[in-house]
Each structure stands twice: as C-alpha cells, then as structure tokens.
Write a protein that binds this ligand. Sequence first.
Ligand code: PMP
Ligand code: GLU
Length: 399
Amino acid sequence: MQSISPRVKALAVSQTLAMSQKSAELKAKGIDVINLSVGEPDFNTPSHIKAAAVKAIEDNFSFYSPVAGYMSLRKAIAAKLLNENNVEFSPEQIVVGNGAKHALSNVILATVAPGDEVIIPTPAWVSYVEMVKLAEGVPVTVETKLEQNFKISPEQLAAAITPRTRAIILCSPSNPTGSVYTCEELKALAEIIALHPDMLVIADEIYEHILYTGKDFVSMASFDNIKSQVVLINGVSKAYAMTGWRIGFCAAPVEIAKAVSKLQGQTTSGASSIAQKAAEAAYTGSQECVEEMRLAFERRRNLVVKLARQIPGMRVSEPQGAFYLFPEVNSFLGTVAPDGRTINTSGDLALYLLEEAHVATVDGAAFCAPGFIRMSYATSDENLVEAFARISKALAVLK
Ligand code: PMP
Ligand code: GLU
C-alpha cells in the first residue's frame, strides 16, 4: 500500500466534479441522464476568442509565458477592472493562473499560515473549505439561512472575527445559492472588515456578469476603506464560456501578488500561452456575447424558479445571479421510495434523483448545507423542462 500524505488524505473529493463524472458514466452506458450537477455554461466559446487562439498558435506563442502572465493580458485585466468595476489595480498586482480555482488556492496558500482562521459563510462553494485545510488553516463556517437569502449579516461577521482571523471568503453572485449582496450590504461588511486591518477579503467575483438584479455589479474592491485588504478573484470561465481554457486571475496588494507569483513559479509556471491570448481577446473584444449568454441564463432562471415552485415541498429563494438553484428539500427526508430505499439525507435524495429520475444534482452537504440540493440551470430550456418533470414525478411517489 502506498502511503498518502495526511494533507491529501484529509481532503474531500470535489462533489461537483464527482457528480458530473458519475452522470457521464451513466450516459456512457446509454442511460439518458440530464446533468444539472456541474456548473458550466453550455455555450461554445465565442468565435472571435477562438480565432485569437488559432492566431496565437500560428504566431508561435509556444514558449513559456511569464509566470504572472503576459503583460498584455495583465494590462487588459487592469483595464477591465477599471472600466467595468471602477477599481484600480496595476498589472504588477495581477497574477494570471490556471483558472479562478488555481488563483484562489494560490492566494490561500500564500496568505494563510497554519492555525489562521478563515471565515467562510455557508452555503459555500465546495473548494473553499478544502483549500483552507490544505493550507493548514482553520475554516470557520458561518451558517446563513434561506430566510436571509443566504447572506452573512454584519452582526454574524463581527461575531465570527477573532484575533486569529486572517481572511473571509465572499462569493457574490454566489455559487451555490445565486444570492447577490447589494452595495449597501457590502458596505456594511466593509465597515467591519476595516476595523481589522490585518484581515483580508478574498472576493470571488467569477459570476459578476451573470446577474439578474438589473443593477450594476459592485466589486468588493470598490470600497476605499478596505482597498488594501481586498484580493479579487475572477476569470474567463463563466462570463465567456471558457471553462476548459483554464484562465483566471487574482488582483491583490503588491506583496501578495509577488508571493503568489513566487509560489506559481515553483509549482505550475505561467498559464497556457494560447489560452492567455484567447483570454486577452475576451477582455478586449466585443462584450455582446456576455450579454447574450446572460439573457439566456436569466430566461432559464425564471423558468426553473417557476418549475421548482410547482413542486410541493420544494422551497426556493429566487437566485439573483450565477446559474444555480438551491432548493431546500427537508420535507422529503425520512420518506421511503417505491424500491424500498429510505431517503434520510439530501445526499440520499440526490442519489435517488440520479438513479431513478436520471437527473444529476449535487447534495447540499458538499456546500456545507445538508438539507438542500444544487441544480445548475446552465443547460437548454428543453432539458430543464424535462428534468423538472422527471424530478416532480420521482418526488411524488416518495411516501
Ligand atoms: N469560484 C467559484 C464560486 C466557482 O463556481 C468556480 C467554478 N469552478 C470557480 C471559482 C473556479 O472557476 P475556474 O473554472 O476559473 O477555475
Ligand atoms: N464551479 C463549477 C461548479 O461548482 C465547476 C466545478 C468545480 O470547479 O468545482 O460546479
């Protein structure tokens, strides 16, 4: 038996990726599974972005790229941050990595010392807690409820801060809940964070463009009183339908950017040269594609909220962003299915829906929120209608 390090032994498997793989396996066996598990746009990458990648290949962008990313891309990102988010970061403060996930883990490894506490409002995206554990930090989860639209209140934040607090990870629009903090709500949190100058806010803004509030997105870095405490995380995966290209970035105080760069220089080096050129085209080209996709997501959001509310016992709050529905399913727990199995947990329910209704969802427990399931509605309207019809039928026969 090979021995595996305790660090990796203690790590949970990414449930979003695991569920997606499971559904792919069933599909390969010929079962018609509708996959609402993994969160990724179902659109193809826009043509002008693909063309930039082809050109990069032809222009021989085949050599190692600078560790922190091409200067032209970092300049494009700095311009995007200024023009779209009204925040000023110099290219030296930006480090491009292999997706926002990589940028996040780099930042956490570069800033969290063993024993440091990191506040994570839950429900939270699957990887935050695990990344903090990997850095030997202490994840401090703070539960938010459906009734508060899953948003941490200033009082909850203040109560969670201790002398060991190193950071809070905020995700708005949120994966998995779809909730979005208003400007006033962010300001109230910023006032508390400003009282603790050694504390960082790691603001995961990957879903900034997938927004249905009718208002402009507000970046956490736009509050002057905490500007030197904010690390922004963003990337091209969601806004430009580029999940497989693996480009994301952090924008941070210069010392943190330098530390992230050092770490990246010893682990993965600069991100793919071709994908960086594609990302540059995404940030500098026409933004019409972003709005087209957003409109489709908004239409689907309206559809799934309507369909979910037609299912007796399923409670949902209306998502204001991202592409996830996060229904509470407690009323189905403790029931028995026609095949005799007992549904005790939201995990049992997700498995039942996969095996009986052939719809893949993710157990809320993966997001530190048992009693819920997550459904990604980044799929066609037809798939969504069919998925909800199947779910509705499967839930109706639980006794
Ligand atoms: N943060 C959140 C909240 C996400 O949902 C995702 C999606 N995987 C990521 C970060 C990572 O995105 P990327 O594909 O850029 O690594
Ligand atoms: N962010 C997506 C999700 O939550 C992709 C999977 C992942 O990176 O975990 O489903």
